[in-house]
Design a protein around this ligand. Structure first.
Ligand code: FES
Length: 155
């Protein structure tokens, strides 16, 4: 009941923006994620109830978009693009470098809860490949040296 109890005003505001409640699914999921840190099972249930769709329909949306997390993520979520342009320019080595530096594999979170690492589809910045996003900041033209510097600034 997190949304309707704690975020009633925000929910109302989102619903007002859309004549069809189903269009509010993604903004409501964002609200769940911003509030709880990830998209909780309860949040999925609430979004389904509020928008009048089935649980499965909401779950499908959550699993389709990599921006939605179904488990808690670290304070810094590192998303490395491993699509074609970035891959040709060494994305795999960058991921390996990050895995080595953080001591985790892609898809995992460090034990101290500081970093999560994932690979994602094209971020629409192929002309700046290879790229990664940390939370909402894009880092272009990456090298392992640049990554070391960026990680230093994160801690
Ligand atoms: S392939 Fe990496 S940003 Fe497009």
């Amino acid at each position: 009941m997190m949304l309707r109890e704690q975020k009633a005003k925000a929910v109302e505001k989102i619903l007002k923006r859309y004549p069809d409640r189903r269009s509010a699914i993604i903004p409501l999921l964002w609200l769940v994620q911003r509030t709880a840190g990830y998209v909780t099972p309860d949040g999925i249930t609430e979004v389904a109830e509020i928008t009048g769709v089935t649980l499965t329909q909401v779950q499908e949306i959550v699993s389709f978009y990599t921006m939605f997390h179904q488990k808690p993520v670290g304070r810094y979520l590192i998303s490395v693009c491993d699509n074609i342009s970035c891959s040709l320019l060494g994305a795999e080595q960058l991921v390996e470098h990050l895995e080595g530096r953080l001591g985790i594999r892609a898809g995992e979170t460090t034990a101290n809860g500081l970093f999560s690492l994932q690979t994602v589809e094209c971020l629409g910045a192929c002309n700046m490949a290879p790229v990664m996003i940390i939370n909402e900041t894009l880092y272009p033209n990456l090298t392992t040296e640049k990554i070391d510097q960026i990680l230093k600034n994160c801690t």
